[in-house]
Design a protein around this ligand. Structure first.
Ligand SMILES: [Zn+2]
Length: 409
């Protein structure tokens, strides 16, 4: 199939961060031409007048199968949150994992997320639920010590079996492995997960330094803070995607930078659970650490709308730093697009609207929160004014997988 989008305001996120009115031609799953007045016939033509076209947003941290837990564990501290969600997780069935996933993906596609990173067990069921939705899914089977999990069998073996079984099922699916956190993973588990991720060349998402209690317990048990402890046991990998990193020490910031480890910043989840203040994003950006954005699950965010997370990220750091210049709208849009693509080792394929890249784009009707729309305010409006419900069409891999017109007719 081919798609021609005429005369949209394209927020390209290319190296020059160009914003311009132009036409975009999609042939099969690739953006093949971006230029004014394209005259090629396409199977599907979209009038982009009055519309913005953005790269699809990339959510680098979720537990999508918890989709049915929205609003069930609110306004409690981290400890109670973990014990109550663990009970809900233990009560999950294959059917509820599947339906929770479908629900979560529906929300993501509706609100302009075209790729997501997931960390959970039962990723085989999540993969089967994701496939018919047409979203790009980076599914990391969570590894942790046997004593801490209800998943049957050996989590590392489960993860490897999952990778092998789903590796060639679909271009949209990247099966992998992840780690729950230092509080549930022995050095042996971490080393095995690292070996597996590196052998299959996969990212390795891991919750790390999410709460003050986690850091204190790790220090008490090992004499070191979480990432420094991982360094000591040789478990650090350049494939890691460090999720949260609310409390990195200066040494740990240097480790992130030196190993090229990307960070998934989850501002809404951190604020809601009182795991404050927040990852030191301005410091991370200043030292060249690649920062991306995640929602976390709907149990700790209550929304998978990345527009909400973008706005929260920008405001949080301005407030904390008492400095409105500290994180810009452009910085935040980068986190949700090109930085995330780089974190997934997909920077050459995803994260921007450029010829030769995969066709993951979202068409936005800025009425009424992003108006007036112009080249000058497009990025600001995307971060500060728009909401996921402004998204009209979500295109993943050259397929229109969400179309508001189709929903309303
Ligand atoms: Zn999480």
């Amino acid at each position: 199939m081919s798609i021609l989008i005429k005369n949209a305001l394209v927020v390209s996120q290319n190296a020059r961060r160009r914003v311009h009115y132009t036409d975009v031609f999609i042939d099969e799953n690739v953006i093949t031409e971006i230029s004014d007045h394209i005259r090629i016939e396409a199977d599907y033509k979209i009038d982009g007048n009055g519309r913005m076209l953005l790269p699809g947003l990339i959510n680098t941290h979720s537990h999508v199968a918890m989709g049915t837990m929205k609003g069930l564990v609110d306004d409690v501290g981290m400890e109670e949150f973990l014990s109550r969600t663990a009970k809900l997780d233990a009560a999950q069935t294959d059917a509820s994992v599947y339906s929770g996933t479908s629900l979560g993906i529906a929300e993501m596609l509706r609100t302009g997320t075209t790729s997501f990173v997931d960390l959970y067990y039962s990723e085989d069921i999540i993969a089967n639920a994701a496939l018919p939705e047409g979203i790009r899914a980076f599914l990391s089977w969570v590894a942790l010590d046997k004593g801490y999990t209800t998943q049957p069998g050996d989590p590392i073996k489960n993860a490897e079996r999952f990778i092998r079984e789903f590796d060639s099922k679909s271009d949209l699916l990247v099966p992998g492995v992840g780690l729950q956190g230092v509080y549930a993973c022995s050095a042996e588990t971490m080393l095995k997960a690292k070996e597996l991720a590196e052998r299959f060349d996969r990212i390795l998402p891991m919750h790390i330094s999410e709460s003050a209690a986690e850091v204190a317990a790790c220090k008490k048990r090992t004499g070191r803070t979480p990432l420094a402890y991982m360094e000591k046991v040789g478990a650090i990998s350049g494939n890691m995607l460090a999720v949260h990193e609310v409390y990195p020490t200066p040494h740990e910031l240097r480790l992130l930078q030196r190993h090229g480890i990307s960070v998934s910043h989850n501002p809404v989840s951190n604020m809601k659970l009182g795991n404050g203040p927040a990852a030191p994003v301005p410091k991370m950006l200043a030292s060249g650490i690649n920062v991306t954005l995640g929602t976390d699950s709907v149990a700790s965010n209550n929304s998978l709308d990345m527009f909400g997370t973008m706005k929260a990220a920008a405001l949080l750091h301005k407030a904390l730093g008492k400095d409105p210049t500290i994180v810009s709208a452009q910085d935040v849009l980068d986190m949700a697009t090109i930085n995330a693509a780089n974190a997934l080792h997909m920077g050459r394929k995803l994260g921007s609207i450029e010829e030769g890249k995969l066709a993951d784009v979202i068409l936005i009707n800025p009425y009424q929160s992003g108006l007036p729309m112009s080249r000058k305010n497009a990025v600001s409006n995307a971060v500060y004014s728009l909401q996921g419900l402004n998204v009209e069409k979500t295109i993943v891999n050259g397929e229109i997988v969400m179309d508001v017109e189709a929903i309303h007719h």
